[in-house]
Each structure stands twice: as structure tokens, then as C-alpha cells.
Design a protein around this ligand. Structure first.
Ligand code: RFL
Ligand code: PHB
Length: 392
């Protein structure tokens, strides 16, 4: 097989890149290790920035997102027994959309197949070769028929944090990273939303987050120990913990329902030193990870591939390499803004096991400032809805 751009991974980064390239006349093949059914059912992100929604719409995957995504004009911060609204729309003129990542993946896969683009499931990439010199780059992968090779002009690693592209890039220096002393416990519950907007709660027992997926499904998270296990949390214990951390308002407490899924999510910050070597590029979680507190990971993946698609299209149009050479620098500027915001939101809202009484007062003072000063709230709101495209 031969193509212009070999893309590893059919997550949001890989599938959106393929769509954006196709719209600009560049052919590509996406190789994905997992099966379609698994990809279309794995529960992950929910919050999309308005810029991401625009981009997905441009890429031909916006129809269901526009009709079924829920627009939220604000979020709430809960602490000290009460709730405080951050009016995203009044502060920035923009709103976020809540739409499940796996629904978005269904839309991107459907758009790709409808357009007749190359997309191969159940085909793990095993090695990358010749991306550093002349001649075609070679992507080795395995499918039901055995070992195969895809030849291409460029390879893009959109294979997530545990993929192989970053290793193939062979960084000489260690990445920038931070591990947090807690994890998130996530559940999907069959009950209507407990509130009309997302609630981020800071409580002495730990962080909690109420999000939604649909009028009948809630997505809820709470801080747990990094080595906690799903088995240690029977349903009743989960509800007790969530009820304890999120204050009731107007007599309304959390709406409970059947728990359909439970999982534990590691919390880390991570940035690769470089996003390029020769004709191999990295995008999305393969290149950087943020703790989910700022809801930025998928949005960053979309911003990366927006830059990369137009840089690759410019190369295939007239051979110009300027935009490709500038990809790492431009993408990393936005990445570092989101890294800082996600790290800051994490510090603002979690109970750190080693926090001194003084540091807990500092946290409380900052929450109080954010919920009383429009200037302080605007900093949160601007980052939460996403920096404009001029930011990298
Ligand atoms: P993905 O989604 O991990 O996709 C990578 C794909 O590559 C495949 N792969 C391979 N394929 C072929 N050969 C190989 N050798 C391969 N190795 C791996 C994998 O099977 C997979 O299909 O990376 P991508 O595309 O960069 O997308 C990143 C996003 O998925 C991620 O950043 C978000 O989910 C992060 N995130 C959130 N982001 C937001 O913008 N808003 C949110 O509200 C939000 N909430 C979240 C989140 C992530 C969470 N978890 C579970 C980490 C909430 C949670 C709980
Ligand atoms: C989600 O709905 O899954 C979600 C919302 C906000 C976050 C993280 C995850 O910060």
C-alpha cells in the first residue's frame, strides 16, 4: 500500500486529521490497533471548545454534534457548602458543548467511510522505518492476513499516550512531566443530570465533578487514591462519597441511578520535547497529556491536527516546508497554555494529601477570589472555552 500520509491511530486526532487532509486534496491511510466496536463504545471526554466544534463541522462531522450536543454557557464551582456560577458566555461571548467522545468518533468514522478514505481497524502498527532519510517512509503493521507495510511520504503518530510513534522518534532528553498524588474515579450513571451545568467541587474529602452525557445519563467523577481499585467501591459507597462532596442547593441533592460503568483514571501532565523528527510528526495525546480537570486533551488534539493538516496540504500543493518546520513551535505554544491551565485547575480543586493548613487556606482564598471578581473569573473562563486560533 502507498499513500501520502500514513496516520497511526483512529482516535480524535487521527480521524480528524484524515478528514481535514482529504478536504484539502491530500490522501491518507489511518491504521488502528483496535476494532471499530471498541472505539465506538469507550467512554472518555465530554467538553468541546467552540473552536473544536467549528473545526469538526468544517471537517464534515458536525451534524449530530450540532443537533445533539448540549450547549453550556456556564460552569459552577462548589466549595465551603455553596455553589458559585462562572458565566462563561457573559465573560467571553463563547459557550462550550458537551458531547461524548465516542459519539464524535462514530461521526468521524462514518464521515471517513462515506468519503471512501483509507481506514483500517484491527491493525496494530509494529515499527516505523526510513522516516529520517530519502525514499518513502515505511509503516509496518499486522492484520488478520499477517505482516504488512504501508509506504508514505509522511507519518503522523496519533496513537495516544501508550502508542509507539513517540518511542520511534527517539527523544534524547527526558520529556517534561508531572505525576499527581491522586487519580479520578469515573462513573456513568443512568439518571438525569443533577444540575443544568457542570459542577466542579472542592471538598476536604477531595474533588468531585458532575457532568452529563444526555437527558438520561450522568458522567460523574471523584478524586480517589492513585492505587485505588474499582472493586473497593461498591455502588452505595460511591453515591455516599459523591453526596458528601457536592453540596445540595434548593434542597436538591445528587440524582442517583444505576451505575453502568466504573473506571479509574491516572492524573499526569506530560509534554514530549519535540513533535517532529524527519518526516515523522506527533499529534494529540501521543505528544502531550493534561490532567482532565481543564477538559483540554481532545481540544488540544484537534488544534494540533488543524495546524498539521494545513502544513501538509501546503507542502503537497507547492513543496513549501515553512509551515511544517514551524509545526512544533506553534503547536507547543497552545499546549503549554493548556498544560498550565490544567495544572492550575487541578491544584485549585483537589485535596493534596501533603497540603499544610496554610496551603488549604491559600486554595480557599483563590476560590473565593474566582467566585467574586470578574477579572479573576475571566482568566478561568477564557482558558476553559479555549484560546483563539491566533494562540499557535
Ligand atoms: P487517543 O484517543 O488515545 O487515540 C489513540 C488511538 O491510537 C490507537 N493506537 C494504535 N493504533 C495502531 N497501532 C498502534 N501501535 C497503536 N497504539 C495506539 C489507540 O487504539 C487509539 O484508538 O488519542 P488522541 O486521538 O490524541 O485523542 C486524545 C483524546 O482522546 C484525549 O485527550 C481526551 O479523551 C482527554 N479528555 C478530555 N479532553 C477534552 O478535550 N475534554 C474533556 O472533557 C476530556 N475529558 C479526557 C476527559 C480524558 C479522560 N480519560 C479517560 C483520560 C475525561 C477523561 C476521563
Ligand atoms: C466529562 O464530561 O467527561 C468531563 C467534563 C469536564 C472535565 C473532564 C471530563 O473537566
Amino acid at each position: 500500500m502507498r499513500t501520502s500520509v500514513g496516520i497511526i491511530g483512529a482516535g480524535p486526532a487521527g480521524l480528524l486529521l484524515a478528514q481535514l487532509l482529504q478536504r484539502q486534496g491530500v490522501d491518507s491511510v489511518v491504521l488502528e490497533a483496535r476494532g471499530r466496536a471498541e472505539i465506538e463504545s469507550t467512554v472518555r471526554a465530554g467538553v468541546l471548545e467552540p473552536g473544536t466544534v467549528e473545526l469538526l463541522t468544517e471537517a464534515g462531522a458536525g451534524e449530530r454534534l450540532q443537533s445533539q450536543g448540549q450547549t453550556h454557557r456556564g460552569i459552577e464551582l462548589a466549595f465551603g457548602g455553596s455553589r458559585h456560577r462562572i458565566d462563561l458566555y457573559a465573560l467571553t461571548g463563547r459557550a462550550i458543548t458537551v458531547y461524548a467522545q465516542h459519539e464524535l468518533l462514530k461521526d468521524l468514522i462514518a464521515a471517513r467511510l462515506e468519503a471512501g478514505g483509507g481506514l483500517v481497524f484491527d491493525s496494530p502498527v509494529t515499527a516505523l522505518e526510513s522516516f529520517d532519510g530519502g525514499g518513502p517512509a515505511r509503516v509496518h503493521y499486522r492484520d488478520a492476513g499477517g505482516e504488512r507495510v504501508l509506504e508514505c511520504d509522511f507519518i503522523v503518530g496519533c496513537d495516544g499516550f501508550h502508542g509507539i510513534a513517540r518511542q520511534a522518534l527517539g527523544e534524547r532528553e527526558p520529556p517534561w512531566q508531572r505525576q499527581y498524588p491522586f487519580a479520578w474515579f469515573g462513573i456513568l450513571a443512568a439518571s438525569p443530570p443533577s444540575a443544568s451545568e457542570l459542577i466542579y467541587a472542592c471538598h476536604e474529602r477531595g474533588f468531585a465533578l458532575l457532568s452529563t452525557r444526555s437527558p438520561t445519563l450522568q458522567r460523574l467523577y471523584f478524586q480517589c487514591a492513585p492505587d485505588d481499585s474499582v472493586d473497593a467501591w461498591p455502588d452505595a459507597r460511591i453515591w455516599d462519597e459523591l453526596q458528601a462532596r457536592v453540596p445540595a442547593v434548593d434542597g436538591q441533592s445528587l440524582r442517583q441511578g444505576e451505575i453502568l460503568q466504573k473506571n479509574i483514571i491516572a492524573m499526569r501532565s506530560f509534554v514530549a520535547r519535540s513533535l517532529r523528527r524527519g518526516r515523522l510528526f506527533l499529534a494529540g495525546d501521543a505528544a502531550h497529556i493534561v490532567p482532565p480537570t481543564g477538559a483540554k486533551g481532545l481540544n488540544l488534539a484537534a488544534a494540533d491536527v488543524r495546524l498539521l493538516a494545513s502544513a501538509l496540504a501546503a507542502y503537497f500543493r507547492d513543496g513549501g516546508e515553512t509551515a511544517l518546520l514551524d509545526y512544533s513551535r506553534r503547536a507547543l505554544r497552545r499546549v503549554w497554555r493548556a498544560e498550565h491551565f490544567s495544572w492550575w485547575m487541578t491544584g485549585l480543586l483537589h485535596a493534596f494529601p501533603d497540603a499544610s493548613p496554610f496551603m488549604r487556606q491559600m486554595q480557599r482564598a483563590e476560590l473565593d477570589y474566582l467566585s467574586s471578581s470578574p477579572a479573576a473569573a475571566t482568566v478561568l473562563a477564557e482558558n476553559y472555552v479555549g484560546m483563539g486560533w491566533d494562540w499557535g
